[in-house]
Structures are given as C-alpha cells and as structure tokens.
Design a binder for this molecule. Structure first.
Ligand code: PEP
Length: 265
C-alpha cells in the first residue's frame, strides 16, 4: 500500500543539508587509474568544506584508495555490503570489514543490485541495519523503472522502497542516512530527469520521511539525485530546492568529467 506522505510547508527547521557529491565507479577502473583519479579529486577538493565528496571504488581497491585519501576531505565508501555480520557467506563482504579498511559510506539498494541481482526491498532494509550497526553511513537508493513511471506508479514504488529500506531504523540513526533518488530509466542511459521531475519526487520523498519519522528528520535528511548527471546538467539539478547532491556513475570515472562537477556552483 502506498505510504501517505506528510506535507512540509512551513516546517521551519534549519536544514543544514551540506551537498554531497558521490562517485560510484561500479565495476570500472583498475588499481593505477583508481589511485590516479582519487588523487586528482583530493587535489581539486583541497580544504573546501562547502560540499562533501565520497568515492565508491570496487571492493578490491577500497583499502588502497582509503589509504591514499586518509586525512583528506574526500571520503570512501563501498557499493554494497552483506546484511550479515560474519560467517559462511561465500563471496560477501561484511559492513565491519568496510569500516576496517577505511570506509565511511556504503551504497545500498542501487538499481543494478535490485534489477541485475534480484535484491528486494527487505534485503535492502536488512543491509541498512547491518551497515548502521557497523558504523557506516548508508546511501539508500530508490527509483522507478520507465514502465512504472508510465504506469504512474512512481510514488507507490519509491515509497515502498523507502519504507522497507528504512524499516527498523531509529530516528537518531537518520542523521547518518542519505537517500538517493535514481530513476532506473536515467541510469547510464544519457537521459536525465528534468529538474521539475527530480524536484517533484524529492519533495514527495521528504513527505514520506516526515510520515515515517517527523518533519525535522524530513527537513534534515539529504536526498541525492542520480541518473546521467554530467557537467552540463548538474547546475540545474542542484538548483532544485530538495536536491542535496548527486550520485554519479559514468561521469565519475574520469577527472575531466568528475572534477567539473565539484564546481557546480
Ligand atoms: C549510478 O550508477 O548511480 C548512476 C547514476 O549512473 P550514471 O550517472 O552513469 O547514470
């Protein structure tokens, strides 16, 4: 059943939502190019503290990238984690292991995990809790397919994903959670949601958060947009009131396309 969002007009809280730019490298790059790109991002960000930047390399490069970025303002995260803390789960990586190698963040419920590997809403929720328990900050992704958008079920789909992804998450843990709205039809396709489309969905998600928690949590939680973000469209997307940053795939793989995103202002 569709979750009833709560209107936020006049919520009146200081939101303090610092923009977050997250680069999801997916299964790309190799050791040398990963380290080179991380170093370039570190140099460009320097001591700037008007936005946060996090890079999400493949698992096997996390340790080295995190060492390279230690002490800098660029944070590191993983693209996924296991919902279990340890044990006989061949091929899986526990959230505590990610913390151990220097991760602060983890992406959960990315559409590629949902659609290519069959991860359902309940599993995403279990991973969120495992990540929080280990001390990670989860980016919980939600997004509708083109067919779902055309069937006008976007709100139903993303509210169900959000409610399940945050099931059992206490109010105080919401300080560490970031939501990413990533319409599946815009990921890696070159099609971007218009600022109006992104604005409508982000405002809706904030209403869902208000219903799940309260208006203060809704006003303080960062909601990123993801889906073919590029240097030529980031400014318009970041100008939308409820867009608090971007989760970037393809454009995060090269310094020429990622570094200009840091200058979106
Ligand atoms: C993503 O992987 O989360 C993503 C948004 O990819 P792209 O920017 O390539 O669409």
């Amino acid at each position: 059943m569709e979750f009833q969002p709560v209107g936020l007009t006049g919520a009146g809280f200081t939101t303090g939502r610092k923009p977050l730019l997250a680069g999801n490298w997916k299964m790309n790059l190799e050791r040398k190019s990963a380290l080179g790109l991380a170093a370039a991002v570190r140099e460009r960000l320097g001591e700037r503290d008007d936005c946060e930047v996090a890079l999400f390399p493949p698992y096997v490069y996390l340790d080295e990238v995190a060492r390279l970025l230690a002490g800098s303002r660029v944070k590191v995260g993983a693209q996924n984690c296991c919902d279990e803390a340890s044990g006989a789960f061949t091929g899986e990586i526990a959230a505590s292991m990610l913390v151990d190698v220097g991760c602060d963040w983890v992406i959960l419920g990315h559409s590629e995990r949902r659609h290519l590997y069959g991860e359902g809403d309940a599993l995403v929720g279990a991973k969120t809790k495992a990540a929080l328990a280990a001390g990670l900050a989860p980016i919980v992704c939600v997004g509708e397919t083109l067919a779902q958008r055309e069937a006008k079920s976007t709100e139903q789909v993303i509210s169900a994903q959000l409610v399940a992804g945050l099931a059992g998450v206490e109010r105080r843990s919401m300080e560490r959670i970031v939501i990413a709205y990533e319409p599946v039809w815009a990921i890696g396709t070159g099609k971007t949601a218009s600022p109006e489309q992104a604005g409508e969905v982000h405002a809706y998600l904030r209403g869902v958060l208000a219903g799940l928690y309260d208006r203060e949590v809704a006003a303080r939680t960062r909601i990123l947009y993801g889906g073919s973000v590029k240097p030529d469209n980031i400014q318009a997307l970041m100008a939308v009131k409820d867009v608090d940053g971007c989760l970037v795939g393809g454009a995060s793989l090269k310094a020429e396309t990622f570094l200009p995103l840091l200058e979106y202002r």
